[in-house]
Design a protein around this ligand. Structure first.
Ligand code: ZN
Length: 286
């Protein structure tokens, strides 16, 4: 029987991702506010209706701006992951700035969720050369920002190097589990309208087809795979998109061998096997 785990993940950026891009006029702020005012309650209701545990990556700025909404997420038993303080992109930061933001974001999450996060997802999915080491130093257990795989977790690496003059050198694997992501399985570029890029506003039926086909391929052909969807309450929280997500949930839960889990729980469950393989090849590079 197929063995597939579905992880529904929600990046609760709210206002933070607009502020960091200097989108500070009232209408931009209101687009972020929609996620807290409308999106999260609708998402929580859907998850509760189907008894699905999920993961929310929440910037510290969102925790501090909407603490009551964040506490509702925590009370429902969903996982909190780190997503910057104000959606800062690691690749744009110095090492010291990045370390300080890791601490500030974790402290903000602890204030609303009662515990520090063990998972990290980089804003805009762009890690810096320091990120993996900083995450290890800070005690994180998994990252969810890389795209080397689609349905199969693996270990992150330290010490990659290379340029245009010769083959790329892959560094050594380290005990930080990567839960891979993809722009294809992200609601933001597909749905969210952006004046500068002219993108978004796709039909939910077209998106449903892409996401369901990805899932069905995994279900039929990838043993033990993880289907990770990345969504944003301010994007997926529109009615026509939530109806699409509900149809997808029904499709997936109707198949034998499919379960829904929090991303951190899956990372912990695959961790021993990945570390065993790592320890069997000390110092191995590839
Ligand atoms: Zn984000």
């Amino acid at each position: 029987m197929p063995d597939v785990t579905v992880c529904l993940t929600f990046d609760f950026d709210a206002i933070s991702s607009h502020l960091i891009r200097k989108e500070t006029t009232p209408t931009y702020i209101s687009r972020g506010e929609y996620g807290a005012r409308v999106g999260v309650p609708r998402v929580l209701a859907l998850l509760a209706e189907y008894g699905i545990p999920a993961t929310f990556f929440v910037p510290g700025h969102t925790c501090d701006t909407f603490p009551d909404r964040c506490r509702e997420i925590a009370r429902a038993g969903h996982e909190f992951g780190h997503h910057g303080y104000c959606h800062e992109v690691p690749a744009t930061l110095t090492r010291d700035e990045e370390a300080a933001i890791l601490e500030r974001g974790s402290a903000a999450i602890e204030r609303v969720a009662g515990r520090r996060p063990v998972g990290y997802r980089s804003p805009s999915w762009d890690l810096s050369p320091h990120s993996i080491e900083l995450l290890l130093d800070a005690g994180f257990r998994y990252d969810s920002s890389l795209m080397a795989d689609d349905f199969t977790p693996h270990l992150c690496r330290l010490g990659d190097s290379g340029d245009t003059t010769g083959p790329y050198h892959f560094g050594r694997e380290v005990p930080l589990v990567e839960m891979p992501v993809s722009w294809v399985l992200d609601d933001y570029p597909i749905f969210e309208w952006n004046a500068a890029r002219g993108s978004g506003l796709a039909s939910p039926f077209a998106v449903e087809e892409i996401w369901r086909e990805e899932f069905d391929y995994l279900y039929e052909r990838v043993s033990g795979g993880i289907f990770t969807l990345t969504m944003h309450p301010k994007v997926i929280g529109r009615g026509h998109r939530l109806r699409m997500l509900e149809r997808l949930i029904r499709h997936m839960r109707g198949l034998p061998g499919v379960r829904f889990e929090r991303l951190g729980d899956v990372a912990e469950s695959v961790r021993p096997r990945l570390l065993e393989a790592l320890n069997a090849q000390p110092g191995a590079t590839r």
